[in-house]
Design a protein around this ligand. Structure first.
Ligand code: NDP
Length: 333
């Protein structure tokens, strides 16, 4: 029998965590044979709500779920964790400027970076979901120098899933027949959803998505805008931000990182740039990656970048460099 691993979820009393925790306990992320201990971190005022979440987790009666540790103390939450879902972040409030949001989150991710550095396993895999996710991951890593940079990532998988679903609908195929859609850059409105390298399989024959659509124009306009604005569309309809789909995407991201990607496919993850595709180093940028089972991710190399794509990549990289500059300004204060 496998030994349980410790998994931490921050923002554990929140909406995304509510959907994520079930997946973790049910074995869809770390596998059906991997028992887990769940460490649930939230802020002190949320401890009562968290008690309710713990009761529900107990009542799932799922055999893989061993210990449940609700806490407001990062030292307890990050103790010996093998995987970390950093979901909790300061939410955007009305009238709040981007800078204020960044300042609040820099502080949260500094504290959590320090706690990871001190208490987590050195091979911990860290997924940042809380926004601004890419820059939060950068800050977190900065304060956890004993953990390799390659172990930090931020989520763009929901954007990838949205793009895949939108293409499948447009092409009138099942969603799993569309592969290799890429999200480049920041998890923000500057992200570039790119279907230039995507493939679609119809009745056993596979072709490129641009060829199947026969209109580059739609891919460069409506498609990009629809994906960039999908989150806002969900909020407008639900009066709350997407949580079920965000949680599912977080599970997808960690499962592929843990278990490996499928042969001949790649997925998008925001990771430390190593200069691939001319992207500046030392920002957390979403790239297409492949992953060997229980291995490191590798950034897919050699994809041709059109002039249009290059202009999009530059915009989103610039935004990440600006966020980094603002974050470091806050830290120096
Ligand atoms: P959610 O669980 O809905 O969202 C959590 C974070 O995920 C937000 O930063 C949100 O960003 C982000 N996010 C990233 N991608 C998406 C996406 N595609 N759709 C929606 N959200 C996305 O927020 P709740 O307010 O329900 O819960 C947050 C919890 O975190 C609260 O319980 C709070 O107390 C806790 N918290 C915990 C901290 C800690 O553990 N130290 C620190 C701060 C908060 P966006 O705001 O841009 O939508």
């Amino acid at each position: 029998p496998m030994k349980p691993i410790n998994v931490v979820v921050t923002g554990a009393a929140g909406q995304i965590a509510y959907s994520l925790l079930y997946q973790l306990a049910a074995g869809t992320v770390f596998g059906p044979d991997q028992p887990i201990n769940l460490h649930l971190l939230d802020i002190p005022v949320m401890m009562k709500v968290l008690e309710g979440v713990v009761m529900e987790l107990e009542d799932l009666a799922l055999p893989l779920l061993r210990e449940i540790v609700p806490t407001a103390d990062p030292a307890v939450a990050f103790k010996d964790v093998a995987a970390a879902f950093l979901v909790g972040a300061m939410p955007r409030k009305e009238g709040m400027e981007r800078k204020d949001l960044l300042a609040a989150n820099v502080e949260i991710f500094k504290v959590q970076g320090e706690a990871l550095d001190k208490y987590a396993k050195k091979d911990v895999k860290i997924l940042v979901v809380g926004n601004p996710a890419n820059t939060n991951a950068l800050i977190c890593s900065h304060y956890a120098p004993s953990i390799p940079k390659q172990n930090f990532s931020a989520m763009t998988r929901l954007d990838q899933n949205r793009a895949q679903a939108a293409l499948a609908a447009r092409l009138n195929v099942q969603v799993d027949q569309v592969k290799k859609v890429i999200i480049w850059g920041n998890h923000s409105s500057t992200q570039y959803p790119d279907a230039a390298h995507a493939t679609v399989t119809v009745q056993g024959s596979t072709k490129s998505v641009p060829a199947a659509l026969n209109q580059d124009n739609w891919l460069q306009t409506t498609f990009v805008e629809t994906i960039q604005k999908r989150g806002a569309a969900v909020i407008a309809a639900r009066k709350m931000s997407s949580a079920m789909s965000a949680a599912k995407a977080a599970g997808d991201h960690m499962r592929d990182w843990w278990m490996g990607t499928k042969p001949g496919e790649y997925v998008s993850m925001a990771v430390f740039s190593d200069g691939s595709y001319g992207i500046p180093e030392n920002i957390v940028f979403s790239f297409p990656v492949t992953i060997e089972p229980h291995g490191q991710y590798k950034i897919v190399q050699g994809l041709p970048i059109s002039e249009f794509a290059r202009s999009k990549l530059t915009v989103t990289a610039n935004e990440l460099e600006e966020e980094r500059a603002e974050a470091y300004k806050v830290l120096q204060k």
